[in-house]
Design a protein around this ligand. Structure first.
Ligand code: GSH
Length: 222
């Protein structure tokens, strides 16, 4: 049985969305956000204190995009995974990592220096610069998405889950109104997926059942 440690709408939403797309059985362990401060015992299981943590037998993983790649490769060859002998293999890996390294990282600086730090440590200039940085990089998808529904391989893949989470986070940060038209249409397409809706419902139901706040982690305020 796969176990996923998760905070509502944090990066661990990527593996949750994958699990729902795949229809795999899993146990969802909800944590208050941030677990490092609000669930100290979690550090015994994951000294990083971050989510996700995915356990699958002897496999233990803490990087959300790598977990997407793992689940796609292990459980759905030829569907959510792009195979090494397909022409778009390189593009698939690039977008899978682009979603976290290029699109999510700058947003976490916006979040931190706008909302998560105490008033006296906030840095509006850092937040403004990294918001611009994020939007400039996101604009690079406009031409591609004006021509195709998904990022690569002519189908929905784990790369769309990785980039899709960055768009979900942007929505929480109030940045969705800055999306270019093709990116906005792509985001709307992703949100309409049954797997996405099931993942939203699963985290809400698990949070309620486990006595954890249903407030999305990016909406947490100090
Ligand atoms: N690169 C990692 C980042 C993991 C990460 O920083 N997760 C955030 C939630 S979105 C977290 O747990 N933050 C709490 C903390 O840093 O204390 C990934 O993609 O999974």
């Amino acid at each position: 049985m796969i176990t996923l440690f998760h905070c509502v709408s944090a990066r661990s939403f990527r593996p949750l969305w994958m699990l729902e797309e795949l229809g795999l059985p899993y146990e969802l362990r909800m944590l208050p956000f941030p677990p490092r401060a609000r669930e100290r015992s979690y550090l015994d299981v994951n000294p990083l204190g971050t989510v996700p943590l995915l356990l699958d037998g002897a496999t233990r993983m803490t990087e959300s995009s790598a977990i997407c790649q793992y689940l796609a490769a292990r459980y759905t060859p030829n569907t959510l995974q792009v195979e090494a002998d397909e022409p778009d293999f390189g593009s698939y890996l690039n977008f899978l990592h682009f979603g976290e390294a290029t699109l999510t990282f700058p947003q976490t600086l916006v979040l931190r220096y706008t909302h998560f730090e105490p008033e006296e440590r906030r840095m509006p200039q850092v937040a403004a610069d990294y918001q611009k940085w994020f939007l400039a990089r996101l604009r690079s998808l406009q031409t591609l998405l004006a021509e195709q529904d998904y990022l690569c391989a002519g189908r929905f893949t784990a790369a769309d889950v990785s980039v899709g989470y960055a768009l979900l986070l942007a929505e929480h940060l109030g940045l969705a109104s800055h999306f270019t038209p093709a990116v906005a249409a792509y985001w709307s397409r992703l949100r309409q997926r049954e797997g996405f809706a099931r993942a939203l419902r699963a985290q809400e139901a698990a949070a309620r059942a486990q006595g954890i706040s249903t407030l999305p982690s990016p909406d947490t305020r100090v």
